[in-house]
Design a protein. Structure first.
Lengths: 748, 384, 206
């Protein structure tokens, strides 16, 4: 289609984001709820247990769920106020059709008519241009059942290779590196293994704001005597009192890991027995890091030599340790290399696969783990099977009862899908649980590509910023309106329970997908009567795969408060800790604890390369992006929840006073940041908690406040993750307030 | 001296008000000529309540903080340059806060509705019954006219009105209307108290429930009296009358002790507002840690002297002099920083300190939590 | 009696400023829609340090003593309650006198409001909202045995010194076991700005 149907301001006026505050029954102190529903938070990858108070088919509040083992009642502010996303004035209660004549740019249409229109467009585009002319973007906040269904929908119903998901922006670097090193991609431990460890190493993870409950594990470890090492360009709240803080330059993590390994080898702080018996490839890595002297490491990373020495000594001489990292080291064009470097430190120390020794990436999205296991990735089939592997294809084709030759070959990553829109290979797009216009880098390009589509349909419960470009918007379901499983950061499969019914004509997402399949006349394989039925098929499909869910049932999850996969049989209790010395897995078949045929883990040489766009005279600073605690992802939900908007209303540019003084910027001034992609004007927050050569902007806002209009679309060659965490930028003091300051509310 | 004999002083004042009331009754009823002997029990209960209330009020006024406010409240009210404004404010505040209960509206709509009905019901009832009981008000037939009544106050004739007029009906049934208002208010209040989890956790029977039961009992028995003589030919009238008397007398005796005492305390709110008005325009106290203004200097100094009288020892050596000179946000910050100091050396953090540069005032992390700051004073307390 | 077993412990050194406590506080039935807990950046310019402050529930509460209206009462189990609504005359004495800076003045409602340890919850054996949700353990509600087992480096203290005045409280603050202080001298922090890392300390000089 062409442009937005109406101006951005008009669309915001009609569809928000508007903020909701507690009122009516939600504000009364005397309301007895009809029931309390034990479920989980709808936001980040920790998936805290929570009980929702339900009254008259509305979630009116929450009560802590003290017995859920991971969080024991704890919640972050998003979890506390999540109940305000329901019964929201912006909620889509009908399907919408693009209509430039309507004041908001859309007019409501009947649900069935909308489904028919979507099916007709899919049919037309596929008939005219071929099956692969229609693409799908899916999300990692969906239940595992839905992610499974989306993969199946693409491969079996639409027969298009082009499906990918927003986990591409999240944990793929860690996933790829884990596969390369361990043969399996899952946090190797439950967080309990952090509690009695000697050293906790946190690289590029703003634990306090992005995985708040993990804080309690870190602090408990500290009480038990652990040293906490935090590596980050900013002194985040968890870094404030950590034992050793290393202010790394964005994008230089692999250099630090190589430098630490260099010192471990130099001082012989190695577990030779483990290296010899359980790993391969150490010599090559040792040779590679020989050059990474503390001096060179310091020059590249921007960290003082004494800090590097201290970290190496603590890590090297520890008896037990827990290595953890997140997007800070993963959102890079060498994100996979960064993670490989972290894993090398773990393998060289031999501290994995036993109590109080661990390694994990902290997954970001609600189902970041489960959402990357069962086939909505462009190259993947359920149970972490490989779409290019004939054996795997045959197994799934049998489960789905389809001819294997009709199953498409691997497609491309989410960003590449937009490049294929540009080249005209993709003409139509369906998105669910994905707001690419806010969350992808260089987003003006993304926006232009959405406009280039012949047909775009988006399924969501609010009109997200990308859906404004849609031809048809289908009203989807909130997390509390459906049931299903998700797999949280530790690898624990848990159950989301339905609290309320969908309002108006909104439908559960799996119903919408099945309705489209039916309208296309291809309903075979899409006649599930509910998430439980989908899960039963998923169990069979995953059986024998690396991500084996076959022994997990809804009842077992309930009884055990979650089940850690792999869980290959009904009597299997699940696997909280991977790689235990005599553990069995379907790849090694007893040869060793790791998921390779010889049972051994792989050391991988991880060469350092600077970021795709390094600083220069024109753009002398580094821009890094991230989250704040009160918002989540593209803010479609959190920017509609009043108390969360109050907590952090608008993005600010964080910069060091030294830099501020040079540019004559005061705290609160309007400042313009410019990159080769675009510019943004925001208020300055002048703080001493960031490197003077780096600025930070959170990414949860849209339009004129979206920092992803400035970030670079360079991607890791292996994982295809974009380099959100560093690009070159320059900063100037703005001469006046931007126009939006007087036109828009903070969250808009 | 006041402080040495607070009880003696309270007894003295109690006796004085009680005797004054007794004299007023004697005079107002023209030497008990218009005094209804059947109401003697009510009269004695009222005299007891008068003593009790005065006693407690006097004791209360002698507590150091109350005494300070009592003194300052009048001082500030009568300050010549403020007197005109104060009188104007007195009228507006009396009507908005006392007549309309605006501040209770802000505390909660349901609470306001309940209170407003109970309050006005009681005021009307008291205005009717007490003068009648004391013999200050009575009605008699107009000599020579069978269908007119004449109202007398303190024995002086006021006006005549026809017996079968609407006015007469409304007036002679005044207690019925007030009972309805009280019953309605009490039911709302009880409903709220039974339902509201917050109220349920803090309420006490004697303090919060008993007063509602008493008001309810008085009103219901009173209405039953009317019902008895209007429609039931006086059925069980004597029994109901005794029951009614018991409830009223018990309530009168309860007044000095329980929740109803707030009726007499509440006007102090006016004193507090005059004090705060004066404080707002006078010299401000600046925090001796962050330098920001946080209250009137007068208030801080008064509080220091009150704290001394109460036996607190918040005196601080050095330039701070007294802890009261630190603003509340800085107290919160110092409280936390003092703990941080204890942990120094255990973790990697260091203390940023300076003897020369004044520490900045702590800033609230969330400028608009929920409904925002609770008004301008809270705003001063928060440092945005 | 659950009140006797369970106690409130605070450890501001753990606080990450996430405001879960603030957001959960306004869900409390005794003051729904309004948060009573304080959470401030001590000095954001220097550091992310935040100060979470709940009512400490003093054994002899200054706020109640300086109240001219006898509006502040303590329950038998030692919880200092928010002002009794019929009595409070909104004079602001308690706000100015509390050594911890806890009470808030609700000007429109002519009412002091403060943290009452979620009396609607604690009086029936449930943990307070803030301590339930706190992700860092800065606010903790549990038994002494539990906290001692979970925090081998810390011990609780409930004596605070303000000039010559000692105040003992129902709520405890965690301090290092190695230090064993009898009390915390609040005025000792008179000249401290905040705490944290100095970013230059570990930065490589170029």
């Amino acid at each position: 289609m062409a442009q937005l149907p109406r101006s951005e301001l008009e669309m915001i006026a009609a569809y928000g984001p508007h903020v909701a505050h507690a009122q009516g029954q939600r504000l009364e102190a005397g309301v007895e709820p009809d029931r309390l529903v034990k479920t989980h938070c709808c936001f980040c990858g920790q998936q805290c247990g929570i009980q929702l108070k339900v009254k008259d088919n509305t979630v009116i509040g929450f009560e802590p769920w003290y017995d859920f083992p991971f969080n024991q009642g704890m919640l972050c502010p998003k979890g506390v106020k999540r109940y305000l996303q329901g019964a929201h004035p912006d909620r889509l209660l009908t399907a919408l059709e693009r209509d430039p004549a309507s004041s908001g740019g859309f007019r409501p249409i009947g649900y069935d008519a909308a489904i028919q229109r979507v099916a007709a467009e899919i049919g037309r585009i596929q008939a005219q241009y071929g099956n692969s002319a229609f693409g799908i973007l899916s999300g990692a906040s969906l239940t595992t059942e839905k992610t499974y269904l989306m993969g199946k929908f693409a491969r079996m119903c639409l027969k298009t290779p082009y499906i990918d998901y927003n986990g591409r922006l999240c944990m793929v670097s860690a996933g790829a590196a884990n596969k390369k090193s361990f043969g399996i991609d899952r946090a190797a431990n439950a967080w309990d293994d952090m509690l009695h460890t000697d050293v906790v190493w946190i690289s590029g993870a703003n634990v306090a704001e992005c995985a708040p409950i993990t804080t309690s594990y870190v602090w408990r470890a500290r009480e038990n005597g652990a040293k906490i090492i935090v590596v980050d360009p900013r002194i985040t709240p968890i870094a404030r009192t950590c034992d050793l803080y290393l202010p790394i330059k964005p994008g230089r993590d692999i250099a630090l890991f190589n430098g630490i390994l260099h010192l471990m080898i130099k001082h012989d702080w190695l577990d030779h027995e483990f290296i010899n018996n359980h790993t391969v490839g150490f010599e090559a890595v040792a040779e590679h890091v020989a050059d990474w002297t503390p001096k060179r490491t310091a020059e590249v990373t921007g960290i003082a030599e004494k800090g590097i020495q201290q970290a190496a000594e603590w890590w090297g001489t520890a008896k037990t340790s827990f290595m953890t990292h997140a997007r800070g080291i993963e959102h890079h064009t060498h994100g996979v290399q960064n993670v490989l470097g972290a894993i090398s430190l773990v393998l060289a120390s031999g501290r994995i696969g036993r109590p109080n020794c661990g390694y994990a990436t902290i997954t970001g999205q609600a189902n970041g783990q489960g959402g990357r296991e069962h086939g909505q990735k462009c190259d993947q089939l359920p149970g972490w099977r490989d779409l290019a592997n004939p054996e795997h294809r045959q197994h799934i084709a049998n489960i789905w009862d389809m001819p294997v030759e009709e199953m498409p070959q691997p497609g491309v990553d989410a960003y590449e899908i937009f490049r294929k829109i540009e080249t005209g290979e993709i003409k139509g797009l369906l998105s669910l649980c994905f707001n690419p216009k806010v969350s992808l880098p260089d987003s003006d390009y993304v926006s232009a590509m959405l406009d280039k589509l012949e047909f775009y349909t988006s399924i969501d419960f609010f009109l997200n910023d990308s859906a404004r470009h849609a031809d048809i918007v289908l009203p989807g379901s909130l997390q509390e309106e459906d049931e299903g499983t998700v797999t949280q950061a530790e690898g624990r499969v848990i159950k989301i329970n339905q609290a309320i019914e969908c309002p108006g004509e909104a439908r559960q997402d799996w119903r919408i997908i099945q309705d489209i399949a039916q309208a296309l006349g291809r309903s075979k394989g899409f006649t599930f009567d509910g998430p439980r039925a989908i899960f039963e098929e998923l169990r069979r499909a995953s059986k024998g795969g690396v991500a084996d869910y076959s022994g997990i049932s809804y009842e077992k999850i309930e009884a055990q408060n979650g089940v850690f996969w792999p869980c290959p049989s009904d009597d299997h209790p699940g696997t909280p800790r991977l790689f235990e010395p005599h553990s069995w897995n379907p790849v090694a078949k007893g040869a060793g604890p790791f998921y390779f045929s010889d049972g051994k883990a792989r050391f991988n040489v991880a060469p350092y390369t600077p970021p795709a766009e390094d600083v220069d005279a024109e753009y002398p600073l580094m821009l890094t992006t991230g989250r704040v605690i009160s918002h989540f992802l593209s803010g479609t939900q959190t920017r509609r929840i009043g108390p969360l908007v109050d907590q952090y209303p608008e993005p600010r540019i964080e910069l060091h006073p030294q830099l501020a003084m040079r540019l004559n910027i005061q705290d609160g001034d309007w400042v313009t940041a410019q990159t080769r992609r675009g510019e943004i004007t925001l208020r300055a927050q002048v703080v001493r908690t960031i490197r003077p050569d780096t600025i930070f902007v959170p990414y949860h806002w849209a339009g004129q406040k979206s920092i992803n209009r400035l970030t670079i679309a360079a991607q890791d060659p292996i994982s295809k993750i974009p380099e959100y965490k560093v690009c070159a930028v320059r900063l100037v003091k703005a001469t006046q307030a931007p126009a939006y300051a007087s036109q828009l509310e903070p969250q808009q | 001296m006041v402080k040495r004999h607070p009880v003696r002083k309270a007894v003295l004042w109690g006796c004085m008000t009680t005797i004054s009331l007794a004299i007023m009754i004697a005079v107002g009823s023209r030497d008990l000529a218009h005094f209804d002997a059947a109401l003697v029990a009510y009269t004695f209960a009222t005299l007891f309540a008068t003593f009790g209330i005065t006693y407690r009020y006097t004791m209360w006024l002698q507590r150091p903080p109350t005494a300070m406010y009592w003194k300052r409240g009048w001082q500030m009210f009568f300050k010549p340059q403020r007197l005109l404004t104060n009188i104007r404010n007195l009228f507006t505040r009396t009507s908005s806060d006392f007549a309309a209960n605006r501040f209770i509206w802000k505390r909660g709509k349901l609470r306001w509705l309940a209170h407003w009905f109970i309050m006005w019901g009681c005021i009307v009832a008291v205005a009717i019954t007490f003068p009648l009981v004391f013999g200050w008000l009575h009605f008699a037939s107009v000599p020579g006219s069978l269908d007119s009544y004449r109202a007398y106050l303190f024995g002086f004739a006021l006006f005549d009105f026809p017996v079968d007029s609407i006015f007469a009906f409304l007036m002679f049934h005044g207690l019925v209307w007030s009972s309805f208002a009280v019953i309605f208010g009490v039911m709302l209040a009880m409903w709220r108290r039974m339902r509201d989890h917050g109220a349920a956790s803090v309420q006490q029977f004697v303090e919060d429930i008993l007063p509602l039961i008493l008001l309810f009992a008085i009103s219901v028995t009173g209405v039953m009296l009317t019902a008895s003589y209007t429609w039931m030919r006086g059925y069980a009238f004597d029994f109901i009358a005794i029951l009614h008397a018991i409830t009223v007398i018990f309530t009168l005796l309860y007044m000095p002790f329980g929740k109803f005492f707030h009726i007499f305390q509440r006007p102090a709110q006016l004193g507090a507002t005059f004090y705060k008005d004066a404080g707002a325009t006078s010299e401000q106290a600046h925090c001796r840690r962050c330098g920001e203004a946080y209250s009137s200097r007068m208030h801080v100094e008064d509080l220091i002297s009150v704290q001394k009288q109460l036996g607190f020892r918040y005196e601080v050596a050095g330039e701070v002099e007294h802890y009261q000179w630190i603003c509340p946000p800085c107290r919160r910050a110092m409280f936390v920083l003092a703990q941080t100091k204890q942990w120094q050396g255990n973790f990697g953090d260091q203390m940023f300190s300076s003897m020369h540069e004044q520490p900045a005032a702590p800033r609230f992390g969330n400028p608009v939590i929920s409904e925002g700051p609770l008004g301008h004073e809270d705003q001063a307390n928060l440092h945005f | 009696m659950p009140e006797a077993q369970y106690e409130f412990f605070i450890d501001p050194s753990r606080c990450i400023g996430c405001q879960s406590c603030v957001q959960a506080c306004s869900e409390c039935d005794t003051h729904k829609g309004q948060a009573m807990i304080h959470l401030e950046f001590v000095n954001r310019h220097y550091s992310t340090q935040t100060a979470p402050v709940v009512c400490m529930h003093c054994d002899s509460p200054t706020c109640a003593e300086v109240c001219p209206a006898d509006a502040i009462k303590k329950t038998p189990d030692g919880v200092v309650q928010t002002a009794r609504k019929p009595r409070c005359i909104a004079c602001n004495n308690c706000v100015l006198a509390c050594p911890f800076g806890v009470p808030k003045m609700n000007s429109g409602a002519e009412l002091m409001m403060k943290c009452d340890m979620c009396y609607d919850r604690t009086s029936i054996g449930k943990a307070p909202m803030c301590a339930s949700v706190c992700p860092s353990g800065a606010l903790y509600y549990g038994t002494r045995e539990q906290i001692e087992a979970q925090r081998p480096r810390s011990m609780p203290v409930n004596q605070f010194q303000f000039g010559q005045q000692t105040i003992s409280t129902k709520v405890h603050m965690m301090v290092p076991r190695t230090a064993q202080p009898e009390h915390i001298d609040v005025l000792s922090a008179m000249h401290d700005h905040t705490s944290g890392h100095d970013i230059f300390l570990m930065m490589h000089d170029e």
